[in-house]
Design a protein around this ligand. Structure first.
Ligand SMILES: O=C(O)CCC(=O)C(=O)O
Length: 261
C-alpha cells in the first residue's frame, strides 16, 4: 500500500483533471521500469502480439513512436501495472477498484512528433470514463515534448471535436495551457476528458513515458476487446486505402510521420 493521497492532492485532482505525484516510484522501481522499456523497444515487429508503431523523425531516421499491448509478454511490467502501489493510488483517485484497459510506451525520440490538443475519451471506446497514469522514464520538459494540460476543462464532456477526433484548432487555441514537466519516477494521473497536447522533441535526448489506462472494474474488463477492435479497425483502414491507416490511434492526434512496417 502507498500512503494515502492527501486531501490537498485529491482536491487538485478533482479541480484540474490531472495530478502529478513527484517521486512516486523508488529509485529501484524507476531503474527497473527503464530497463524494461529498453527491453520492449528491442523486441522485433510482431503481427499478433505487441504492436510497434514507427515514425520518420524530423532528424530523418525511422524510430519507434509507440509500443502497445506488451503486458501479456513482460512479467515485470505486468506486476508493476496490474498490482501494487500504482494501482492502489489510481483506485484511490477513482474511488473504486479499477482494471487495466490499455497500455503503451510513447518514445518520442529526438525529432519525434508531437500530439495535437485532444481528449483521450473519443479513442477509448466501450466505456465512457478512463483514468491514465503516465510513468516518466526520461526527464520530460517543454523542449523534448512534455505534456500540457488545460486545467479544469475535464468537466465539460467532449470539447468541439474536429474530423480527426481532436479539439478544433481555434477552440484549442482559446484554452489556457499549463506545461507539466516531470522527472523519472514521477507519475501523472489524468482523466480521459482532460484536454492535453504535447510538442515535438527538439532536444537530442529521448523522451520516453509509459501510459497506463484503467477503467472502473464494475464496468468490466475490456482490454482484449480494445486491442482486437484496434487491430481490425486498422486492417480496414489499410484495405480501404483510408488516410487513417497513417494514424497510431483511432483519433488523428499524432503529428509525426508514421512509417508502416
Ligand atoms: O506522449 C505524448 O507526448 C502525448 C501522448 C498522448 O497524448 C496520447 O498518446 O494520447
Amino acid at each position: 500500500m502507498v500512503d494515502s493521497i492527501s486531501e490537498t492532492f485529491q482536491r487538485c485532482w478533482r479541480q484540474d483533471g490531472y495530478l502529478k505525484l513527484a517521486g512516486f516510484l523508488s529509485g529501484q522501481e524507476t531503474a527497473d521500469a527503464r530497463v524494461w522499456v529498453n527491453e520492449i523497444s528491442s523486441w522485433p515487429p510482431s503481427q499478433s502480439k505487441w504492436m510497434h508503431h514507427q515514425e520518420l523523425t524530423a532528424r530523418g531516421d525511422v524510430r519507434l513512436a509507440r509500443t502497445e499491448n506488451f503486458v501479456p509478454f513482460h512479467a515485470g511490467m505486468k506486476s508493476l501495472l496490474m498490482e501494487g502501489k500504482l494501482l492502489d493510488a489510481l483506485e484511490e483517485l477513482m474511488g473504486e477498484p479499477a482494471v487495466l484497459y490499455k497500455e503503451k510506451i510513447n518514445y518520442k525520440y529526438p525529432g519525434g512528433g508531437g500530439y495535437a490538443a485532444h481528449q483521450d475519451a473519443p479513442a477509448y471506446e466501450f466505456i465512457k470514463h478512463h483514468v491514465t497514469c503516465l510513468v516518466t522514464i526520461d526527464p520530460m520538459r517543454e523542449e523534448n515534448g512534455c505534456l500540457f494540460f488545460s486545467p479544469g476543462r475535464h468537466n465539460e464532456g467532449l470539447i468541439a471535436l474536429d474530423d480527426r477526433g481532436c479539439i478544433k484548432t481555434d477552440v484549442a487555441e482559446s484554452l489556457e495551457w499549463t506545461a507539466v514537466p516531470t522527472d523519472p519516477g514521477d507519475v501523472l494521473f489524468f482523466s480521459s476528458f482532460a484536454p492535453h497536447k504535447s510538442p515535438p522533441n527538439t532536444s537530442d535526448e529521448p523522451r520516453r513515458a509509459i501510459y497506463l489506462t484503467y477503467n472502473a472494474l464494475v464496468e468490466g474488463d475490456f482490454r482484449e476487446r480494445y486491442y482486437e477492435d484496434k487491430r481490425q479497425a486498422f486492417e480496414t483502414y489499410k484495405s480501404s486505402g483510408s488516410d487513417k491507416a497513417q494514424q497510431i490511434s483511432k483519433i488523428g492526434h499524432f503529428q509525426g510521420k508514421t512509417v508502416t512496417q
